[in-house]
Ligand binder design. Structure first.
Ligand code: ZN
Length: 247
């Protein structure tokens, strides 16, 4: 009876090299090793439990009321994953549009797609969680704590920075966000961003624009590094709520 999980390599993780044609051929990694690596990458991507199952495949666009921009945004996200290896380094994306249009789902879907397809190390930067941890570590005076919290966001090959503009300019958290973006820009690393704030002020609106939240300087930096993808549509959480109320 074979007790190994992998029947191909008996859990060795590698297969014997084929030395018939090339005597110096090295051992070949078994496909189970790649599968384990992908599982590990998903576990370490810091994806919030709420979005644990979000992949591009289950970003629904067929429903009544789904906007054309949501359909186009999904097509864009899939293309970004498919063509990732041929993109110039540091190619980034900013999904912008109203609340509840599924921008975070698309961002997480890109991370999951890149892990699944190529084994790319990805990381979800959770601002609220990170700043809570930073605040707690403030008393410790140990720079290693800050490095541990911010480090993965500076180093991950692909970062999802969700809900840009959440922090007010006056917040020291905003300085951290700005530091992360500038570092990644200089290192030519890909960043996927989402924001609920508009890039330009709609006529007659008193709502903040993204520039008013994070400075125009940072917005023009984003415009240099990102493809801007608008995700318009009705807030589907509101639609669900309404359909419940009206039976
Ligand atoms: Zn195996």
């Amino acid at each position: 009876m074979n007790l190994a999980n992998c029947s191909i390599c008996d859990d060795l993780g590698v297969l014997a090299p084929n030395t018939t044609h090339n005597p110096s051929a090295g051992a070949i990694p078994c496909e189970c090793r790649m599968a384990k690596r992908k599982e590990w990458l998903v576990r370490n991507a810091n994806i919030p439990s709420r979005y644990q199952d979000a992949v591009l495949g289950n970003y629904e666009t067929g429903w009544r009321g789904c906007s054309e921009s949501q359909t186009m945004a999904k097509v864009f996200a899939q293309k970004f994953v498919d063509e990732y290896l041929t993109l110039s380094s540091g190619q980034s994306v900013l999904f912008h549009g109203g609340i509840g249009t599924g921008k975070t789902h698309l961002g997480v879907g890109i991370l999951r797609g890149l892990i699944e397809k190529y084994g790319v190390p990805c990381y979800f930067f959770d601002q609220t969680e990170s700043f809570e941890m930073l605040k707690l570590s403030y008393g410790s005076d140990d720079p290693r704590d800050t490095k541990k919290i911010i480090g993965p966001s500076l180093e991950a090959e692909v970062l999802l920075l969700d809900d840009l503009g959440l922090m007010k300019l006056s917040d020291w958290g905003m300085t951290t966000v700005s530091h992360i973006l500038t570092t990644r820009y200089n290192r030519r690393l890909t960043t996927i961003l989402t924001t609920n704030y508009p890039l330009t002020k709609p006529e007659g609106s008193t709502d903040y624009t993204l520039g008013e939240r994070i400075t125009e300087r940072l917005v023009s930096r984003l415009k240099q590094m990102c493809t801007l993808v608008e995700v318009k549509g009705r807030d589907f959480r509101e639609i669900i709520q309404r359909s419940i109320q009206h039976g």
